[in-house]
Design a protein around this ligand. Sequence first.
Ligand code: SF4
Length: 189
Amino acid sequence: MPSKDLLLHVCCAPCSAGIIETLIDEGRGLTVYFYNPNIHPFEEYERRKAEIKRFALTKGLPFVDADHDPDKWLKRVKGLENEKERGKRCQACFDMRLERAALHAHEHGFKALGTTNGISRWKDPRQVRQAGINAVAPYPGLLFLDREWRKDKGIEHMLVASKRENFYRQKYCGCVFSIPREQEKEKTL
Ligand code: SF4
């Protein structure tokens, strides 16, 4: 029977592999949860999902594939399309994904919820932290795993794992509004 210790929301394989390995080393019972309706286009969504699913399964971890839900995501960020990265659209995006993950954690009896969202240098970890805290608030007994993944060699571990596993590395965060970043130089992850 899968462990009900920690439900880990993941965004993509390059950001998540090092964190997953750290948590395994720490003895956490992990289930990997993929809910990322922000990712556009659908082929990109499928590609990122396939990479992290492959990795989770090689580690012997349960993998939960939630819906794509792009229409709901677009509704959630309506009016925020022109926000910059780390702005209000990103907060809404983190909120939506972690709310859904928290609901799943609650419904399936997990003790804690974590996310790999904050490790990228493109993200504001304070936004991710707030989204996690707010997401678990309606569920007494469900804890948010409040970790600063960039610290304690987190970035180094992420890069080493990503290179070793030869992951596909996307050049933009995920949503259609972040795609122009692809044209900028040397700005991955
Ligand atoms: S830039 Fe990334 S975090 Fe921000 S809204 Fe788009 S997909 Fe979500």
